[in-house]
Design a protein around this ligand. Structure first.
Ligand code: IMP
Length: 422
């Protein structure tokens, strides 16, 4: 397989972790290129379940795993995750994990600020994961972040901390929060400094190592949470679409050869923001329970709704996706009727994309097509022959509406509960 990206095409939680793990054997290296430990990837192997947030999913198969320059790294969260994964029997060494020294760090000030701002926003809150992702990316763009490479030299580190606190303390003062001293930040960084440096590598070196390998790029979150093209401002703070891959991975644009988009057979989102096909009725509750739709990171119930071909088509177009993997088809097994959103109506006008003006969002009326449910179990199916005709019809309709082929269909959380359609 050529260098391939796996990205989510909805609001995250599409099942990327499982698909990355399923395909990982065909690649030499797995690279994370954006986001941080706001991601939650669940991987089931046999009777073992692994939950990853920051480590690339390939680590489970012992693949060379890279935390690329576009990722924001909370070192404390990273080491806690490494410990959990090592306790589960997977060894993480400097041979199988590399962190770009250009990565910006998430510190306690970022976590606190994220939570503080959210708590003050009332109805306007984004519903972030509270892990400091937004403030860390803000500091990167504001040129005051502390990067992994800053840990190399004490004098530089002290200067960077002073610079960071100049801004944060101004903000904290106006929010009525306790001011922070550089001593506190040094105390936070000192115990982890050597360890994080031991995994860190110059981006150039990582790039050179990757150039001889078959690479899988592992997206986090989903296209609709992209800071440029998602449902802004109800988005995460990184670019989640394929365009981000080169910059965030220490590579060039021609190193990405193919993008596979991951789609859930229905739609979910956590946090606030528009969701045209949301079901607040019993069917929404059914999807939540049947699909176990609870956030991996925050434990929040996910909002659930019908498949929205309008939003997905947009994400496919903007990320040059040619193939998709469709997950959680089995969650729909018991439904009498299933709907697919094929367009929107706003003030009597029809749209085949989501208008960006927030003022229009609460006026959207989804246009639905109704499809008969198959009312048979597809759980655990391993070939297309095992799927009922009506389930195949549903999948085909999604392919038609989105203009792409489903190359993988997932019928359960385990590796083997997967159909390759080619
Ligand atoms: P943040 O990324 O923590 O700043 O949160 C911003 C928005 O992205 C919130 O709506 C979160 O619920 C959402 N979000 C962040 N990471 C994920 C994820 O991995 N899956 C689903 N939603 C996410």
């Amino acid at each position: 397989m050529k260098n391939t990206a796996i990205i989510g095409l909805q609001w995250g939680d599409e099942g990327k972790g499982k698909i990355v793990d399923f395909l990982a054997d065909k690649f030499d290296a797995i690279v994370r290129f954006q986001g941080g430990h706001n991601a939650g990837h669940t991987i089931k192997v046999g009777d073992k379940t692994y939950k990853l947030s920051l480590l690339p999913s390939g680590i489970i198969r012992g693949k060379f795993s890279v935390i690329g320059s576009g990722v924001v790294v909370d070192p404390i969260a990273l080491f806690a995750e490494i410990q959990k994964i090592e306790e589960a029997g997977i060894k993480i060494t400097h041979q199988n994990l590399a962190i770009s020294e250009n990565c910006c760090l998430i510190l306690s000030v970022h976590r606190e600020l994220d939570q503080l701002l959210e708590s003050k926003k009332g109805e306007n809150k984004i519903g972030t994961t509270g892990r400091g992702i937004g403030p860390a990316y803000e500091d990167r763009a504001g040129r005051r972040a502390i990067r992994v490479c800053d840990l190399l030299d004490e004098k530089t580190l002290n200067e960077r901390i002073e610079n960071l606190l100049f801004y944060h303390n101004l903000l904290r003062q106006s929010l009525g929060a306790k001011l922070i001293t550089s001593k506190e930040i040094i105390a936070e960084l000192s115990p982890i400094r050597e360890r994080i440096l031991s995994y860190s590598r110059p981006a150039f070196e990582i790039s050179r190592d990757l150039s001889s390998k078959k690479i899988m790029f592992e997206g986090a979150q989903g296209a609709l949470l992209d800071v440029t093209y998602g449902t802004y401002p109800f988005v995460t703070s990184s670019n989640t679409m394929a365009g981000q891959i080169a910059l965030g991975s220490c590579l060039g644009v021609s190193d990405l050869h193919k993008t596979i988009g991951i789609l859930k057979a229905y739609t979910t989102r956590v946090g606030s923001g528009p969701f045209p096909t949301e079901l607040t009725c019993e069917i929404g509750k059914f999807l939540r329970i049947e699909g176990n739709e609870v956030g991996t990171v925050t434990g929040r119930d996910r909002r659930c709704g019908w498949f929205d071909a309008v939003l997905v088509r947009q994400a496919i177009q903007l990320s040059s996706v040619k193939e998709i993997a469709l997950t959680k088809v089995d969650v729909l097994d018991k439904l009498e009727k299933i709907k697919i959103c094929v367009g929107y109506k706003v003030d009597g006008k029809t749209y085949d994309y989501l208008p960006q003006s927030n003022a229009m969002w609460n006026k959207i009326e989804p246009i639905y097509e109704e499809i008969e449910g198959w009312k048979e179990s597809t759980a655990g199916a391993k070939s297309l022959d095992e799927l009922p005709k009506k389930a195949l019809k549903y999948i085909k309709r999604i392919e038609e509406l989105c203009g792409v082929k489903a190359v993988i269909i997932s019928t359960g959380p385990k590796r083997e509960e997967t159909i390759l359609t080619n």
